[in-house]
Design a protein around this ligand. Structure first.
Ligand SMILES: *Cc1c(COP(=O)(O)O)cnc(C)c1O
Length: 242
């Protein structure tokens, strides 16, 4: 994590955000979608409250955090302001599922039945609540240092069927991270294509009772490639804050 003493000036954030939105729009049009079809999740794990507030003023409504503990402090500190939508993008331990359900509006990192069951159990404790939207994280490149399900049809369809019985959560799509690499064109594009193909196969075979709609893929190094390959959500941090 990058530690900073001085907050990043709002005009720098404004310039960075405008550049990212322009590149997102261009990539969306390239993939035959509306310029604003793709959702930006601003990943704020590197920064503090000032930057989050400034981004909110610039029209950002969706924020991503990797760690429950860091997120909890920020979300609580910001809870008086207009509501933001928080996305958990990092690995979740089942003993923190209660906090995850209270703090986040979407969980991108469901990687086992145990995690899904823990979220379901906590979500059902809140009567009247809509099912918590969740995505299954897929470790497409099979990296040993990353979490996620194997990139094969059977384990994903099996977990989708098991999750369909959990009324507290609703699986809305798939998430993946490409390896960090000098050449995202060569390394990220095949990862995103694989995730998209799995997504389409799962929908074509009705692996889930409702269609999956979200593909969360693409970060600073490769978000335009991800959009070209069909991402509906990109998770961008560093490019906002450099
Ligand atoms: C940190 C992180 C991001 C953002 O990465 P940048 O390269 O800073 O844009 C996106 N997704 C996940 C899961 C992350 O942990």
């Amino acid at each position: 994590m990058i530690e900073r003493k001085e907050p990043i000036p709002p005009d720098v954030l404004k310039t960075n955000l405008a550049a990212i939105r322009a590149r997102m729009a261009e990539a969306a049009v390239k993939s035959s979608r509306a310029p604003d079809a793709v959702k930006l999740v601003a990943v704020t794990k590197y920064v503090g409250l000032e930057e989050i507030r400034a981004l909110q003023e610039l029209g950002v409504s969706d924020f991503g955090e990797s760690r429950i503990q860091d997120a909890e402090k920020k979300i609580k500190a910001l809870s008086g302001a207009a509501p933001l939508r928080w996305h958990l993008i990092g690995h979740l331990q089942t003993n923190k599922a209660d906090k995850a359900v209270k703090l986040f509006q979407t969980v991108h990192s469901v990687d086992s039945l145990r995690v899904a069951q823990a979220l379901d159990k906590e979500a059902r404790k809140q009567p009247g609540r809509e099912p918590l939207p969740c995505l299954l994280e897929v470790n497409v490149a099979g990296e040993a240092n990353k979490f996620g399900l194997p990139p094969q049809y059977s384990p994903l369809s099996e977990l989708l069927q098991q999750c369909a019985a959990l009324s507290g959560i609703r699986i809305t799509g798939l998430m993946s991270m490409a390896p960090y690499a000098g050449n995202p064109e060569a390394t990220s594009r095949p990862v995103f294509r694989t995730l998209r193909a799995l997504f389409e196969e799962l929908n074509a075979k009705n692996a889930c009772p409702h269609p999956l709609t979200e593909l969360s893929m693409g970060m600073t190094q490769d978000y335009t490639i991800a959009i070209e390959e069909g991402a509906t959500i990109v998770r961008v941090g560093s490019a906002l804050f450099e």
